[in-house]
Design a protein around this ligand. Structure first.
Ligand code: ADP
Ligand code: MG
Length: 541
């Protein structure tokens, strides 16, 4: 930085630098994502410009190179992209008001979609992230179609210099003089891990120099951006295993591109088996959010928690690359994507449910999770009740609520269910006897969440859901089975039993609910259901 023209940053840049270095990004490693994104962006741009100017044609081996030099404490990110003229260097790296990418985005709007390269980053913040890890940055750039190269140089503290330079080919080198406390970013392995994490799906090769050799670090395919016809099942399954860390094959693969008010591509998977560690630990959806192919976060809550078993990627055009956590929480875009994606997954489930056997396997794995949605998501409660499947006291296999309602006896007003924590012994419960004797079907619910959702759902197709362990089950309305056995003399027995049990029970009375058993423990009509009482006791309430 000897000589050269001295320029002041625009006032906004000074403020922005402070913001970037101190507050904007929680993780410093993101500087690499930003610089790699810019390099890929510039390469896209050059390819696009070459459509109308052959002098800017992209070399066939165009790539992004990352070169850490430990001894010199220097990290260089180079590309074969469009490059910048002297004026562009001053404008693009000296102000934020005029982001080259943003201007280019407006230019793009005038072109047909098939002519558009995919662009990363529409907002002018990213480059300054370099100053999180560097105390000095040199940018050497040669505009494609020109012989001139220029060096932009700054310590990020308010001014930059511009001086003539040389560069063999068009493109840009970003040279970071790494800060004392940022050694880790001179380590090739560390850099590779960052590229894998944040930029694996950049379409251009990204190489990292290690032991004198350039090794490609990214997988390089934004798989989801390809048309389904170009993808093999094997590729999709590999990708599923990569994003989910599962080892099975997916039960369902959903791949679609939404256009219109929202623009996004989604590639989602429903696992074919219940992941080993799935359950209580994983509470939120880990579907990955990408913006223009760049990974942003897997904590955007792209799906409701009751679809947290769904794996995959949503890649949108409608958010800025440098979207912050706070912005993610506030933006309506995400809420709209979430709704669209949720509805799409539910549609898929509805259609896959037509294959009862296959759907039963899915339900076995993830039904309990979906039922959480009946409990805590008013918006989707009814949809989910329609998708739910149940064991029943009278049916083989699984039944739906709708089929149950269609089978209800004349005069039957409610959908009866029995909860318990052992699916194996539930069909033998004495609670069922009176119902069984009268030919009344009872749904058998044995998941912990089953103690909660029926009350929330309340009714299905106008029929109330009623637990049979509540004392006043409605058996009197139905004809009792013929029973010639002599009646026990309860008038003497009941007070004696109450006296013996004391405070342990609130009441002892006769019942028409039993056929083969002598006694049954029953919940009062007002209090909580028996299974719920057990759960509450277990959780110390
Ligand atoms: P954004 O990428 O969101 O526009 P940045 O701060 O990351 O904002 O970059 C500012 C501008 O600098 C870019 O829009 C682009 O015009 C220019 N730029 C940055 N890096 C490069 C590069 N490697 N090659 C060409 N132009 C670049
Ligand atoms: Mg950028």
């Amino acid at each position: 930085t000897t000589g050269g023209e001295q320029h002041e940053f625009s006032a906004e840049v000074g403020r922005l630098l402070d913001l970037v270095v101190h507050a904007l990004y929680s993780e410093r490693e993101i500087f690499l994502r930003e610089l790699v994104a810019n390099a890929a962006d510039a390469t896209d741009r050059r390819r696009f410009e070459a459509l109308t100017d052959a002098a800017r044609t992209l070399p066939e081996d165009a790539k992004v190179r990352i070169d850490p030099e430990k001894d010199a404490r220097r990290l260089t990110i180079s590309d074969d992209g469009a490059g910048m003229s002297k004026e562009e260097l001053a404008r693009n790296l000296g102000t934020i008001a005029r982001s080259g990418t943003r201007a280019f985005g407006q230019e793009l709007a005038k072109h047909k979609p098939e002519e558009r390269p995919s662009l990363i980053g529409q907002f002018g913040v990213g480059f300054y992230a370099a100053f999180m890890v560097a105390d000095h940055v040199d940018v050497v750039s040669r505009r494609a179609g020109s012989d001139e190269a220029w060096r932009w140089s700054s310590d990020g503290k308010g001014s930059f210099t511009l001086s003539p330079a040389t560069r063999e080919r068009p493109g840009t080198d970003i040279v970071l003089h790494i800060k004392e406390d940022a050694d880790e970013f001179l380590d090739a392995w560390r850099l590779e891990a960052i590229v894998r994490k944040w930029a694996d799906h950049i379409a251009w090769p990204i190489t990292i120099r290690r032991d004198g050799e350039d090794k490609t670090a990214n997988a390089g395919t934004a798989l989801w951006r390809k048309p389904r016809a170009e993808l093999t099942e094997e590729q999709l399954n590999d990708f599923y295993r990569h994003v989910s860390h599962n080892f099975d094959t997916p039960w369902a693969t959903l791949h679609w591109h939404a256009e219109g008010t929202l623009e996004f591509t989604a590639l989602l998977f429903i696992p074919g088996s219940r992941p080993f560690e799935f359950g209580e630990q994983v509470r939120d959806s880990r579907v990955r959010l990408h913006v223009r192919r760049m990974f942003i976060t897997d904590e955007a809550g792209l799906l409701p928690s009751w679809l947290r078993f769904v794996q995959g990627v949503v890649d949108t055009e409608d958010l800025p690359l440098n979207v912050s956590r706070e912005m993610l929480q506030a933006t309506p875009v995400l809420a709209r994507i979430r709704k669209a994606v949720t509805n799409r997954v539910l549609n898929e489930l509805r259609s896959r449910a037509k294959d009862a056997e296959s759907y039963a396997g899915f339900w076995e794995n993830f039904g309990p999770v979906l039922k959480e949605g009946i409990w805590d998501d008013a918006e989707y409660r009814t949809d989910l009740a329609g998708l739910a499947r149940f064991r029943s006291s009278t049916q083989e296999g699984l039944t739906t609520l709708a089929d149950y309602v269609a089978r209800m006896k004349d005069g039957q007003e409610a959908i009866y269910y029995l909860t318990g924590d052992n699916a194996g012994t539930l069909p033998a419960s004495p609670q069922l006897e009176g119902f069984r004797a009268r030919g009344i079907e009872v749904l058998l619910l044995s998941d912990p969440v089953d103690s909660f959702w029926p009350d929330r759902l309340g009714t299905f197709e106008g029929k109330e859901l009623r637990g049979i362990s509540q004392a006043h089950a409605d058996l009197d309305k139905f004809e009792a089975p013929q029973d010639d056995a002599p009646r026990a003399d309860l008038d003497a027995l009941l007070p004696a039993l109450k006296a013996a049990l004391g405070e342990a029970v609130s009441e002892v009375r006769g019942t028409n609910r039993l056929v083969g058993s002598a006694v049954v423990l029953s919940a009062s009509a007002q209090g909580p259901d028996l299974q719920l009482q057990r759960l509450l006791r277990r959780s110390g309430q």
